[in-house]
Design a binder for this molecule. Sequence first.
Ligand code: IVH
Length: 699
Amino acid sequence: MGTPLDRKYASKSEARAEHARLHEEIAAHDRRYYREDAPTISDAEYDALRLRYEALEKAFPELATAESLTKKVGARPGEKFAKVKHAVPMLSLGNVFSDEEVLEFVARVRRFLGLDESPLRFTFEPKIDGLSCSLRYEKGHLVQAATRGDGYEGEDVTANVRTIDEIPQRLRGDHSDVFEVRGEVYMTHKDFAALNVRQQESGKTLFANPRNAAAGSLRQLDPTITASRPLHFFAYGWGETSALPAKTQMGVLEALRGYGLPVNPLTALCESAEDMLAHYRLIETQRATLGYDIDGVVYKVDDIALQERLGFVSRAPRWAVARKFPAERATTILRDIEIQVGRTGALTPVARLEPVTVGGVVVQNATLHNEDEIARKDIRIGDTVVVQRAGDVIPQIVEVVTEKRPHGAKPYQFPHVCPRCGSAALREIDERTGEADVVRRCTGSLVCPAQAIERLKHFASRNAMDIEGLGDKQIELFFQEGLIRTPSDIFTLEARDRASLTKIKNREGFGETSVRNLFAAIEARRRVPINRFIFALGMRHVGETNARRLARHFGDFESLRETARDAAPGSEARARIDSIDGVGPVVAEALHDFFAERHNERELDALLKQITLEPMPAVASTSPVAGKTVVFTGALERLTRDEAKAQAERFGAHVAASVSKKTDLVVAGPGAGSKLKKAAELGVEVISEDEWFTRTGQG
Ligand code: IVH
């Protein structure tokens, strides 16, 4: 990093003021990182703040008092953990909160597999409230341990995990060459309390709950600190393996126990749905005396062959579900209602609360959903309200304690103008039903700074253009400075006013290196797959899936643009978009609205001068059906419809509901009628269900 102190100070007092400001800011980030395990800035941004703080002390040594953060041991380390890519992603679980939802889950699994009355076993496992970890054993030796991270890439915490007594360095008995054990690292209530006493005695920050303490302890760059923190582990699954030791979930867990790994003793096998509910009720009564936190239970289909058939939907398995304990509640005061303006102009009310602890976490904000919700619950500023928090869900206001309402509290008036730009905020009327939309929207899409900022955030975000280093905070800053107002500005940033950048660099702890890295990240995204670009434009009703559909259908951006521009109601172009599989009239209208708008045209021209669009990446599948459009028809015997669809998608095929010129393959079972006829007319290949299994390499 270049010299972070490249601005000369007029006076020592100016330097002192900045040092004090940075002290507060860094301490707040440390609190979020250590206590809450919820950092709000990237490591690079944090490093930049720290470097600047240290540089100030070097230039003005009298600032380096005993209170200085540079004197504190255990301050956040400057180095980082190495990244580890998970060979098998570490995904999450769907949540349910009631008996009914558990029964629905069981019914859904049965339906998917086409099972009626035949027995179906589920395992019952406590859901440990810690942090998940993947332990890689090769030839029985622990070679690597990684945190979950974003599920695809985690942090290498091998040295720290080696200090956890319960985790064996060598597996006992017979095991396959490669075995990745997945489980939860946690801290007991007793150890958590003792750790906080030690923290207090040595003047360090306290941990908010055992989960944060476990996470903070495992993510120490100095393993001797981890070694001094009593961590435990329960294994509940596996990642990459060269062979599995059993055919059932329970069998594998027993094998893991045999290898010397701790498996939770309350794990059980359920023979029926009633059994599943009974186990839940039992653990509810044991929860308080377990000595460690659990936040619910997990049910998993026991038969691994069935798990494989069920597969995954987006980021969660179809074969497992978490039943969470009921939400925790607390009472507090509603200080204010703030209106946030989103990318599409939606006005969202957010409750600002008197901070209150709900289930071990301090809550200051809660969602109020929309205008009608506030009116329905008659929520007024100054009210005493019941706040609820369930798992990772955003806290909600359940009800108002009306007896405690202050005198003179008035019903809340939802604004009819945008609080950010003053444009009228309206609720659209649905033409068919005549009903007003629940969402009130700002109509100033082209002048509203809030919408512009949110659109830019979306444009640069991970699943869109994925510009590293251009996060929410940077966008807000660049927008305020007038440096980035539209997406195309991002790509001309480097070529423009360097003087203004230097200004930013100094004031916001934006170091030389971070600016250079940002420019490199922007350069890297001058070539981008067309589907990402379409999604990045942030058109209404065009999420990632529709962006892919449009990219697949049109192939190049210009033909999408022309067709959408011409797609006035009733036109041929409108009918063409309408007929794209999965894309309906609502999307067609949104596309037309977007492309027919002259300001958008101008911005698109500017943007396309800066970047080059690449074809959508081919599905990473070597299956002969990858990239093909498949239609299933007739009675399938080995697969349910849902399963057939999921299977085809897993192999990279696209499943359509009806046969058209675009169909590549029809899989027909007995009783197939009109679709078979249509396929014959169009000369589309028709195969049997058995042939489908052969082609997809499933025997
Ligand atoms: S199974 C694809 N089993 O809960 C399977 N997870 O909400 C995903 N967890 O990230 C995980 N106890 O950190 C599983 N018995 C258990 C668990 C468990 C705790 C955690 C784990 C996971 C999170 C998902």
